[in-house]
Ligand binder design. Sequence first.
Ligand code: SF4
Length: 139
Amino acid sequence: MKKSVVCPYCGTGCGIELEIRDNKIVSAEGNVNNPVNEGHICLKGRYGWDYVSAKDRLKTPMIRKKNGTFSRDGVLQPASWDEALGLITSKMKQVKNDFGGDAIVGNFSARSTVEENYLAQKFMRAVLKTNNVDHCARI
Ligand code: SF4
């Protein structure tokens, strides 16, 4: 079965034709009808799909814990999204209060939509008070 997707790796947004067998991606080719890449794709877009069905793929947030609470030298343990996001929020507040917003760098993903990236950079500038905003699409 063929499935047309947009490559998730960078902001170029190449069109990809995935070949799927037994619910597993077995190959990828550039979509010749996509005006962005006209059939061309880089190594990531062509070969970087094994993570999708990797047995050790993370499916839940992980937090390093020692004695039931976050610890840098703790052991990674599965956590709920609420717990993970709560920990991130508290750590961001702590860094902002202790060192200022410029101590935080926001690096956003090409997997997000333009709207999501807009909101994320707005959050960095308006809430954390920093212009340290980066994006993996700068290729
Ligand atoms: S340049 Fe490569 S990584 Fe970026 S969207 Fe195209 S195929 Fe994917």
